[in-house]
Design a protein around this ligand. Sequence first.
Ligand SMILES: Cc1ncc(COP(=O)(O)O)c(C=O)c1O
Length: 385
Amino acid sequence: MTSTGLIRDFTDEEARRALVLKWGTQDPDVLPAWVAEMDYALAPPVAEALQRAAAQGITGYPAHSSGGPLGAALAGFAARHFDWPVDPEQVLATVDVTAGVRIALEALSDHGPMVLPTPAYHPQFGIAGLSGRETWELPLDPDAGQATLDLDRLDDLFSRGARTLLLTQPHNPLGHVYTRAELEAIRDVVVRHGARVISDEVHAPLVLPGASHVPYLALEGTADHAVTVTAASKAFNTPGLRCAQLVTADPAARDRLLAEPMCRNNSWSPLGEVAAVAAYTEGDEWLASLVERLDRQRGLLTSQLRQQLPLARMRPLEATYLAWLDLRGYGHDDPATLALDKGRLHVEAGDRYQPGLTGHVRVNIATSPERLVEIVRRLAVTVDA
Ligand SMILES: Cc1ncc(COP(=O)(O)O)c(C=O)c1O
């Protein structure tokens, strides 16, 4: 077992018990590097807050309102980390990020197609269809250094009737952190068409050294057309606790979200709220250690790839712990299946994020250095056979 600062690695046994999906569903000889969960113990302030809440019996319905301790906690975090002034009263809890995107779309957007830059986090492909909207893909170059949006194509999609852009920034699976200039250029196209933006910023706390996160709503001229969906759950490893946040900067939009009927079944967990408040208010030191660890993992991955998989191409990982690898140099269409069958390594196939794309995998590097070396070794022995 290793540790960096405040980060404690789970042993295999602990990981199998704690991470019931990522580890618990796998055969014992499979090394899991797939779903976006980290092989690290909870941040102590979050664990302690949850223990206190359980002891106090905070297990009833959460309060149905905006603001409150969660709004204040997120506003403090946004100010400290992103220099983003958030009005606590404009923060609403919701069950998770994916549901938050759907609710923002259904409550705030016109009934037109939604633009989805691809590759994309795979559940995002199904969100618009739930309300009878079409999803119009905007392909990014899965291998380009910048992974920036093609503004002419975006303009064209809006001209042809699209009404909403789902922006994921930082981007999963490409690991790209959009710059202020990129975001301003996107905003200008959106404003020209009177369209809306839903900005999924769940990976924002996981921006690695070398890049910095610019919240879309921190740009001028976005308050009346954008909503941000975020959560502490990726950075603090608490996705099972069910509490994300919708952030608006326009009271009318907030009121429309608040007016969503109870039968939408959008309720979140009070323990998720406790965890999010603890993460946002007491988690900075642990988060700094995490980012430091992930930065080292990124360096280790680069050097391991160079040594063991020289034909692999890795997109610059500017944020997240999800590395996007192009393995086409090894001539296999489906390296993920090969890795599972032959190497007993579970990574995600690239075509989950961009249907039809061959030869790419997404690898979760939020684990110990020893396991990361083993991940690359298993990948190498299977694809380089
Ligand atoms: C971009 C993005 N959005 C949303 C999610 C999922 O969040 P939730 O489980 O809160 O729906 C993920 C999970 O990895 C993600 O990468």
